[in-house]
Write a protein that binds this ligand. Structure first.
Ligand code: AMP
Length: 304
């Protein structure tokens, strides 16, 4: 099933309690695509960067097997999306230091004609109007899943509520689910979001795993257990989870509940490689054999 993603391709600056990384390669779309490409090819990217997009970031993205960059617009007079964040001591919570929207404030990127037969659509974190604009170009889609973030819940809630009526699934973290619904219990919050439109919701709970609330049932997956040496930078873990999840679904060609439950496990294992380094380096340094070996380990650890 051809899989398309739109979202940000960004320049990230990240501070953790023990280290800092300035201007590394990130963005919701980039993390998603790099993770999804382990499972399914090609991953079609729709996004835009500015003239300030570093050459090394371009080379890194181009080096990832299985990405289709035909829908990546390079706008020489524009600024690339840039984001800065700082993690608190437990590495589970962070604050945003700055968000420079750059190209996100301009017209959305064009969708190449060769992407017209895309059937799975992932709307990675971006302005909800950009997400909606893209979605409406794919009336024949079979599955549309979105992610969102505190910024958009704060400044574009109305557009988000319109988006929710048109998507099948939402992947969101626990604090954002609470922000949206004012309900702290993730299952109850997910049910309240389902009442807003999507037929399933996955709530990500960081080191406590994730829960899928679906019309056919509920599924949970624990996080892959990493000690503190394994967690360098959690940025992009949520997008990588979504990439592993959707990539697995695209490869299996099935949209049922059991496939989604298995996809959550692949999302978890794929995301665990993002945590080990800053930027896309963790995913880029991982081989398919390492991913599969970690999946076998995860199945042993998570057996109930
Ligand atoms: P995650 O840690 O999975 O939430 O994803 C963080 C990534 O999303 C970073 O690489 C950022 O560049 C990007 N990002 C941060 N804020 C936003 C936003 N408001 N919209 C879109 N992407 C964002």
């Amino acid at each position: 099933m051809p899989l398309l993603v739109t979202g940000t391709i960004g320049i990230d600056s990240v501070h953790t309690p023990t280290a800092k990384a300035e201007e590394v390669s990130g963005g919701s779309c980039a993390y998603f695509a790099a993770a999804a490409a382990f499972h399914h090819n090609p991953i079609r990217i729709v996004g835009a960067v500015g003239g300030d997009w570093p050459k090394e970031h371009a080379s890194l993205l181009e080096s990832i097997d299985g990405l289709c960059l035909e829908g990546l617009e390079r706008r020489s007079d524009s600024k690339t999306f840039a984001w800065g964040g700082r993690y608190f001591d437990n590495m589970n919570q962070r604050e945003t230091l700055f968000t420079e929207l750059g190209v996100l404030e301009e017209a959305p990127p064009e969708v190449p004609e060769s992407y017209a037969d895309s059937r799975l659509i992932f709307l990675a974190n971006s302005h909800p109007s950009v997400q909606l604009d893209l979605l409406r170009k794919f009336p024949e889609r079979q599955l549309a899943v979105a992610d969102t973030m505190d910024l958009w819940i704060n400044i574009a809630r109305e557009e988000l509520l319109v988006l929710f009526k048109e998507i099948d699934g939402l992947i969101i973290n626990d604090s954002e689910a609470e922000q949206l619904t004012e309900i702290s219990n993730p299952i109850t919050a997910a049910c309240a979001i389902i009442d807003m439109g999507p037929s399933f919701v996955i709530v990500k709970k960081g080191e406590h795993g994730a829960v899928l609330v679906h019309q056919d049932g509920i599924a949970v997956v624990p996080a892959f257990p990493l000690d503190q040496n394994g967690v360098t930078d959690p940025t992009g873990a949520g997008d990588s989870f979504a990439g592993g999840f959707m990539g697995y679904i695209a490869a299996s060609g099935k949209l049922d509940f059991d496939t989604m439950q298995a996809g959550m496990a692949w999302g978890t294992v794929t995301a665990s490689f993002t945590l080990g380094s800053f930027g896309l380096d963790g995913l880029c340094a991982t081989t398919s054999d390492e991913l599969h070996a970690r999946m076998i380990e995860f199945k042993t650890i998570a057996k109930v």
